[in-house]
Design a binder for this molecule. Structure first.
Ligand code: COA
Length: 185
């Protein structure tokens, strides 16, 4: 069986992205799900929003058996302070296998590497009613730092958000990283 890996999103991942959106009911916090109703729309989204950005922001496909089944990424890259925001999702059909945590470990290793993206502090936040995301963050070595009250609004409801961060100087987590395809970074 092929090893799961991270690689850049490609135009031919459109069908896989469409399938993930169609079969995963809780992606609205990560993706504009209503706008991703067709493969054509998914292809356009991949080209416009999942390609690397000039400031170092990036999205990497989590690929299992050759199919893109999730995403891990960095945004809000701040070179002055050496910080960025991390995020992730995986489709319902592949949850519970540790893919998100392993993907976050792999992404973080490169983001914090002085010979890579050379950042110092990676941050992320999850709604306090999202224990799976909290477990992913913790397994990937992101330490909980506190709760921001009513930070995010979804569906007319506001949610408290727990923030986690991982510093370059923090101990490496025991969670093994996903393989990263050559040329990805
Ligand atoms: C968050 C998400 C990536 C987790 O995916 P996953 O495949 O279940 O992740 P993992 O397999 O790596 O591990 C999830 C952990 O949460 C635990 N978990 C899952 N659902 C849980 C629940 N309802 N209550 C408590 N723990 C839960 C699992 O047991 C596992 O813990 P373990 O590693 O100690 O065994 C996935 O649910 C998702 O994509 N959600 C929608 C997008 C999202 O919320 N992204 C994060 C935004 S901050």
């Amino acid at each position: 069986m092929p090893t799961p890996l991270l690689r850049p999103w490609r135009a031919d991942d459109a069908a896989a992205l469409r399938s993930a959106v169609a079969t995963t009911p809780d992606l609205m916090t990560q993706l504009p799900v209503a706008a991703l109703a067709t493969e054509v729309a998914c292809a356009a989204f991949i080209a416009e929003h999942l390609a690397p950005s000039d400031d170092g922001g990036r999205n990497l496909a989590i690929v299992l058996d050759g199919i893109a089944v999730g995403n891990v990424g960095l945004s809000a890259v701040d070179r002055r302070h050496g910080t960025a925001w991390a995020f992730y999702w995986v489709g319902t059909s592949v949850r519970g296998r540790g893919l998100a945590a392993r993907a976050l470990v792999a992404l973080s290793a490169r983001a914090l590497d002085p010979d890579g993206e050379d950042l110092f502090r990676l941050e992320l936040g999850h709604r306090v009613n999202n224990p799976a995301s909290c477990a992913v963050a913790t397994r990937a070595g992101f330490v909980a730092e506190g709760v921001e009250r009513a930070k995010l609004a979804y569906g007319g409801e506001r949610f408290d958000v727990e923030t986690h961060a991982r510093l370059r100087t923090d101990p490496a987590p025991s969670t093994p990283p996903l393989e990263v395809a050559p040329g990805t970074w």
